[in-house]
Design a protein around this ligand. Structure first.
Ligand code: ATP
Ligand code: MG
Length: 728
């Protein structure tokens, strides 16, 4: 039906129509959230096909996520009345992988090259680094891998890295190692993720005939979320779009206010210089928002107005039911109360006829999901974690849980096997087999037999030493468990076993989030009287099977929510140090803060009908409750679009108490549920001179009952357990 008339155009406003019908020449659609940019791209794709301007495989369409690509493919199918096949539609990486398979030999690979995951990359890089004898304490391999990745994001092959670029890492050897790493990859007929774009861009740069082939193939190029392209993606697009005929049918849509990936190398400047790159470019602005009610738009606009560097756009509601409810800001007593408030509200809304499928909790950081997951499970509300893994299924959480399982139950061989070589302790399959054989012969578990094999010399050498250190960590943890309880013990075990250090030294972008998750796990322990009770709880939580048919509430990060929309959006954790994040506050720059504010703007504008913000008066940091300050973004929301609440009278008092605590200075609210020795003061004061067996002499920066942050003379700054520190 759609093919025979142009009814698909009649449903659009005049500016949107213009953006679709201006098929030839470069076009930039610059518009705010929810104005139909993605819809324009999708309709434009269908329009080009329906008007016979191109065949399906002659359009190159780039989306930001695989999910977005799937959705676009489906909608195009609907508009065309039949599923579309053979499309060049996908993410930058997916499209480049496909291109690289066609021309792999140009860069010395064969068509069947493999794509390495992060673990493989790291292992390979470590091998490659060996001849340089780099001090890996100072220059750990993951950091170097990060540097290489950033070079790749900027389109720099080893040959293009200038000596001036090569100063900050590994004493100026980074470029040479990068080159050796690339050579090794080639020998293995492999590439890493960053190579997909880098290789294809090199091919297009160096092989005019291949480039010309693509210029003939792609008559139209469509790009969503253009504000978040990084340099290499930009180079790739420009190569493909600038053909010799001078005609570039490229259409990019984007919103500078939603640029939230600069930490991954995205350059919002790309959008600003579109007109320069493509002379004669037309710019279409869309101003009517069809997604959200007037109050939601007003709140979002008021917030983003606090950013300095903006192109400036008008946004008004295009909906008839425009007014809607104000954005709510609810203060709750603590993070547990926040989880309850969100779940209660979700349940109430469901009772009023909203589907759970139309609700989402959008968090700033992955660690926040745990409290919501547990509350949702308790309330029997089905949920899914989008673009991520349920908290207790995340690999670092499973590792940490395995450490704790061995502590509670030395017979747990499965758990022991999981952790004995994480971090790496040289326990390969052969060594593990020896363990198993000995354990079988003695009729005991692996954790029990191991000390014996250490004593009789079966396990020896470097790997033996490392396993001995692990067993010693368990021994000292058992003491602490008896003396100080399971929370301190858990932390001690993860610290002394080297597990936390493994992630601290990891320079991959996910590592800080993993550390936060582990911290959250330790905090969760405090809710249970014993380690065993906690382990049982997790086992039960994990067991609850969900019915796949159920409508489910979505939990995801704000970054992952880009481009999506929901009727009801929950925005928890709007507190200083959570959102804006502590890392942003520590860095202290305006740029980081503006990016956080754009993230807040993205969050609010995901909502069609209800945007509900929450902030807690206190959050648990380790076993202590610390008061937290409301996010600065809350003050920036215009009053006329916001209604402010506190959740319950008792909570109100608690909140004020927590806040007054804060105004008296950074006092730690002791509200541990386990009695232990909650009231004993911290054994160290800032400024104390101390000594640690391994790290030497240092000065205390901060301290609580369990933990001391110390800056050491030679070993840098570390957080350590107070029981291992000696006052001088
Ligand atoms: P974002 O910046 O968040 O990616 P966007 O600009 O891509 O947003 P879309 O997701 O394309 O916006 O559209 C937002 C919502 O408005 C969608 O539900 C879409 O179907 C609807 N919409 C877009 N244009 C119109 C229109 N002319 N009439 C009615 N609804 C529309
Ligand atoms: Mg969009």
């Amino acid at each position: 039906a759609a093919g025979s008339d142009d009814s698909y155009l009649a449903r659009l406003n005049p500016e949107q129509r213009a953006a679709i019908e201006t098929t030839d020449g470069p076009l930039l659609v610059l518009a705010g959230a929810g104005t139909g940019k993605t819809r324009v791209l999708t309709t434009r794709f269908a329009h080009i096909l329906l008007t016979g301007r191109a065949r399906p495989w002659q359009i190159l369409a780039v989306t930001f996520t695989n999910k977005a690509a799937r959705e676009m493919r489906e909608r195009i199918g609907t508009l065309l009345g039949s599923p579309a096949e053979g499309l060049w539609l996908g993410t930058f990486h997916a499209l480049c992988a496909r291109m690289l398979r066609r021309h792999a030999e140009v860069v010395g690979l064969t068509q069947s090259f493999t794509i390495l995951d992060t673990d493989d990359q790291l292992r390979l890089l470590k091998q490659v680094m060996e001849p340089w004898r780099i001090d890996t304490k100072r220059w750990p391999a993951p950091g170097l891998l990060g540097a290489i990745q950033r070079w790749k994001d900027r389109g720099l092959t080893p040959a293009r890295v200038t000596p001036a670029e090569d100063t900050d890492f590994a004493n100026g050897h980074a470029r040479a190692i990068y080159e050796a790493y690339q050579t090794r990859l080639r020998q293995l007929n492999a590439c890493d993720f960053g190579d997909l774009m880098l290789h294809v861009t090199e091919i297009l740069r160096s092989q005019p005939d291949i480039l010309a082939q693509y210029h003939r193939l792609f008559r139209y190029i469509l790009v969503d979320e253009y504000q978040d392209t990084n340099t290499i993606q930009y180079l790739w697009l420009r190569l493909l779009a600038k053909n010799s005929s001078g005609q570039s049918n490229i259409c990019c849509v984007g919103d500078d206010d939603q640029s939230i990936y600069s930490w991954r190398g995205a350059e919002v400047e790309n959008i600003l210089r579109f007109e320069k790159d493509f002379p004669g470019a037309q710019i279409v602005r869309l101003e009517r928002n069809y997604r959200s009610t007037r109050h939601i738009l007003g709140a979002a606009a008021g917030l983003i107005a606090h950013n300095g560097e903006r192109l400036g756009k008008t946004l008004r509601s295009g909906r008839d039911d425009a007014e809607g409810d104000k954005v709510s800001v609810t203060a709750v007593w603590d993070s547990d109360a926040e989880a309850r408030a969100v779940c209660d509200t979700a349940e109430r809304l469901r009772g009023q006829g909203h589907s759970l499928a139309e609700m989402a909790i959008l968090v700033r950081a992955g660690f926040q999901t745990r409290a919501f997951e547990e509350q949702l499970i308790q309330s029997g509300l089905p949920y899914r974690i989008v673009g991520g893994t349920r908290f207790y299924e995340r690999s670092e959480i499973r590792d940490a849980m395995a450490y704790l399982r061995v502590l509670a139950q030395p017979a747990d061989d499965l758990a022991f096997e999981r952790i004995v070589n994480v971090p790496k302790r040289g326990m390969g399959p052969a060594a593990l087999q020896k363990l198993h054989a000995a354990a079988r012969a003695d009729g005991v578990s692996l954790a029990i037999v191991t000390p014996r094999l250490l004593d009789n010399g079966t396990l020896k050498g470097r790997s033996g030493e490392q396993v001995r250190a692990l067993m010693n960590a368990y021994a000292s943890t058992h003491d602490i468990l008896a003396r100080e309880g399971h929370v301190v013990a858990a932390e001690h075990l993860l610290e002394e076993s080297g597990y936390l250090d493994m992630w601290r030294q990891d320079r991959s972008p996910e590592a800080p989030g993993r550390l936060e998750n582990i911290k959250e796990l330790i905090q969760a322990l405090a809710d249970f009287p014993t380690l065993e009770a906690f382990l049982e709880h997790v086992a039960l939580v994990m067991e609850k099977d969900e019915n796949a048919q159920d409508a489910r509430l979505s939990i995801m990060t704000l970054h992952g929510a880009k481009g999506l929309e929901f009727d009801c959006v929950f925005l928890p954790g709007w507190e200083e140090g959570v959102f804006p994040s502590q890392r942003t506050l520590d860095e202290g720059g305006l740029k980081g803060l503006e990016e956080e504010r754009r993230l807040a703007y993205v969050g609010i504008t995901r909502a069609r009908k209800l945007a509900m913000i929450f902030h807690a008066g206190s959050r648990r940091i380790y076993a202590n409750w610390q008061p937290s300050m409301p996010s600065r973004f809350l003050e920036e929301l215009p009053d006329e679009h916001v209604s402010r609440h506190t959740s319950g009278g008792r909570q109100q008092r608690g909140l004020q108490a927590a806040q007054s605590l804060f105004s008296d200075g950074p006092v730690v609210a002791s509200r541990t549920r386990r009695p232990s020795n909650a009231d004993t003061p911290a054994p160290f004061q800032p400024g104390d001179h101390v000594r640690h067996a391994r790290f030497g002499v240092g000065i205390v920066l901060s301290a609580d009952r369990h933990q001391v942050e110390i800056v050491f003379e030679t070993a840098g700054t570390k957080r350590l357990l107070s029981s291992f520190i000696e006052k001088l």
